[in-house]
Every structure is written in C-alpha cells, then in structure tokens.
Design a protein. Structure first.
Length: 382
C-alpha cells in the first residue's frame, strides 16, 4: 500500500479510509519480519523503534494507539529525509533556494524538502490539530479534508542546515504536546500551542550523521535507535541514556565573545582556566549544528551554550528557538539526568509568548549548567 512518487514523497491512503488496528497488525508483522532478517544476517539483532513505542504504549492503560501512530509517521518522514540527506552532492539538492526564512536565514533546498515531507506526511493521519515549524511563519492547520486529533507537533525540520553543503551532521528536532482546551468550534486555540515545555508528552531528534540516529523520550527515560539502512528500521542502540553529572566539554561559538556581557565572558573563561581539582581546562567542541553538539554532549557530558548576545544592543537575545529547539532538547536532557536553563531558570518552565521566540540556552550536564546559572546571576564560584 505504500507508494513512492517521483518527488520522494511516500503516499498512503488517508486515515479515514483505513482501519487503525489492521494497520497496526501489518506494522507489527512488518517489524517482526525485518527483525528476523536483521537477526539472520547477524549484524543487527535488536528491538525496533516500532516495538519499543508499542511496548511503552502498553505501559499506559488509557493509551489508544493515537500517539504511537503519530510517532510512527514521523519516523517514516525522517527515514525519507535521511535518504535524501545521504544523496546530497549526487543530486541537485545542495545549496540555497535564494529565499530568506522567518528567522532571517538563507533557506536551503533540503530545508524546504524536509519541511514539506513532514507536513505532508503528518497532516493526513488524523492525530494532529496543528503543527508549527521553524520554517513557517504561521501555525500550520490540518486541511479541512483530513480528520483532526488532539496532538500538536512542533518541529525544526532540518536543524544546522547551513552545514549541509559541507557534510556536517544535521538533524530534525521535535516536541509533541496534547491539546488542552476542549473547544469544539475551532480545531485548537493559540494557548494549546503556547504551552511551556514541561507539558510536552514526547520530544526528541533525528541526527543525520555518520549514521542516522533517533533519540526520544516520552517521559520514561531516553533511548536511542540507529537506522539500519539495509533493513530500513531503527534498532535500539543506546538504551536508557544517562548524561554524566559532570563533563569535560564546553561548546559555544566563541567568535561571539565580544558581544557577550561580562558574566558570560567570565563563565567561558572559567571553563578554559587551569585548575586540576575541578578538571579544568575543559575541551572545546563546537560544530554549529545544535543536534550534533547536543548529541555529543548528551553521550559524553559537558555543556552546550548559546548565550544572549548584544549584536543588537537594544534587544539582547539568544539565537535558538524556544519551541522547536530548546524545549525538545530540554525534555530529553532532563529525562537523561541533565538540565537545561536560559541562564536564570529551567527552560521547560518558560511560558512562551510566540511560536518563534528565541532564548539563551545552557544545556547539558547538571553541574556545568548550574555553574552557568551561578555565573549569570553574578555568583561566581571562588
Ligand atoms: P542553521 O540551521 O541556520 O544552520 O542554524 C543552526 C543553529 O540554529 C543551531 O543548530 C546551531 O547550534 C546554531 O544555529 C549555530 O549558530 P552560530 O553559527 O551562530 O554559531
């Protein structure tokens, strides 16, 4: 039933036309067959993402399968994006479209592709009432002809896209919320979208790097799955990820040093200072692709920072977006035992006022993020 059209979009019938449960039976048997195949050639024995999501669903007696269906469609979209990213350089998909997006950044062709794939795959499945994308100024409604659901998907379709042309890892980041209002006249209210990150029911990212990895959480820990290309499945590869309490890496674009306030400069100087008992100086690692920098620090420990800067002295702000970048990663890091802050307090508790609002971000191992908060509130350790 799955057909691929020439433009890379996979077309499936609308939810209204297919019974959910026979669909699930197919999915499970597909997944088990693939698992068998992976076992047979002895290179990829492991639990698939689909099995994992279904097992998590079994833990919650009130689950209807709606969320599982949603996540599964997102995974298919990511597989299509991954395939396209892997072709970059071979087909005419590198480079900019010549447009500037809502964030005043150059739009890359792959940005447009990834954005379109996610929207077109997700809009018809009947589980969403709306979506929000880093690439689209307004909220994205589910078209009238499709059934609506109670979830809201916010995403950055291709984070780090200025790195595409130089073969550096890039990724897709997502956060999922449940609609809170019981409005029936409209599909959703703005307040359903502008919920603090703490209300996310799931969050995660796909990283398109030396392999394609999905990391996600539904609030029961964090697990990572690696795409096994010849099988076409994500297999559990990083079980119950825990970020070290304290790391040895700091990640920041130090080219902005002159634009930082004194406390921020003092914080970065602290990580670079020599002090054996506290493990300093730290190593500096910065790729310029948030998913890649975050993923490395999640596994190895350390802190990623994108501080507020004074490039516009009247409007000191961070660069990263609260809803589609900071919140999802903040949920992942919290579930892995780490912490995310805007320098003053938890990212997850910020009440958003705008889909595209930006925040300073300090994220990673608890110890380093708490150190950052101490510096930024003027309480420097002696
Ligand atoms: P692009 O998607 O435009 O490449 O931006 C990437 C990003 O939002 C985030 O992934 C990086 O951490 C950050 O910007 C890098 O910004 P700088 O180039 O200013 O360091």
């Amino acid at each position: 039933m799955v057909e691929e059209s020439g433009n890379g979009l996979i077309q499936t019938p609308t939810l209204a036309k297919r019974p959910v449960f026979s669909n699930w039976a197919n999915l499970i048997s597909l997944s088990l067959n693939r698992h068998k195949e992976a076992t047979m050639d002895n290179r990829g024995v492991g639990i698939t993402i689909t099995q994992h999501v279904l097992m998590e669903e079994e833990q919650s007696p009130e689950a209807t399968g709606a969320f599982t269906y949603l996540l599964n469609e997102l995974i298919v979209a990511a597989k299509v994006i991954s395939r396209e990213v892997n072709k970059a350089g071979l087909v005419d998909i590198l480079g900019s479209t010549g447009d500037i997006n809502i964030q005043q950044e150059r739009v890359q062709k792959l940005d447009v592709f990834a954005n379109r794939i996610i929207i077109e795959r997700m809009q018809h499945i009947g589980q969403l009432c709306c979506m929000g994308s880093e690439e689209v100024a307004e909220l994205i409604d589910v078209p009238d002809q499709y059934p609506k659901g109670n979830y809201i998907l916010l995403f950055d379709p291709l984070d780090g896209s200025s790195n595409i042309d130089v073969n550096v890892s890039i990724g897709t980041i997502f956060g999922i919320y449940r609609k809170e209002s019981d409005e029936t006249d409209v599909d959703f209210l703005l307040s359903d979208v502008l919920q603090p990150g703490i209300k996310q029911v799931a969050a995660g990212y796909f990283i398109y790097g030396s392999s394609t990895i999905m990391v996600y959480t539904t609030g029961n820990g964090v697990n990572g799955f690696t795409l096994y290309p010849s099988v076409g499945e994500f297999l559990l590869s990083h079980e119950n990820i825990r970020i070290p309490e304290k790391g040895k890496i700091y990640s920041v674009n130090e080219g902005n040093y002159q634009y930082w306030d004194e406390d921020t400069r003092a914080l970065v100087d602290y990580f670079k200072a020599k002090d054996k008992p506290t493990g300093r100086p730290y190593s500096s690692r910065y790729v310029g692709s948030l998913v890649a920098d975050f993923h490395r620090n999640l596994l190895k420990g350390g802190i990623f920072m994108y501080p507020a800067d004074l490039k516009d002295p009247n409007k000191p702000t961070g660069k990263l977006r609260l809803m589609v970048e900071a919140n999802p990663l903040a949920m992942v890091v919290r579930e892995a035992g780490g912490y995310a802050s805007d320098g003053k307090g938890p990212i997850l508790e910020i009440q958003p006022t705008d889909l595209h609002q930006r925040v300073p971000l300090y994220i990673g191992s608890k110890e380093e993020v708490e150190t950052a908060e101490a510096f930024l509130s003027g309480k420097r350790p002696t």
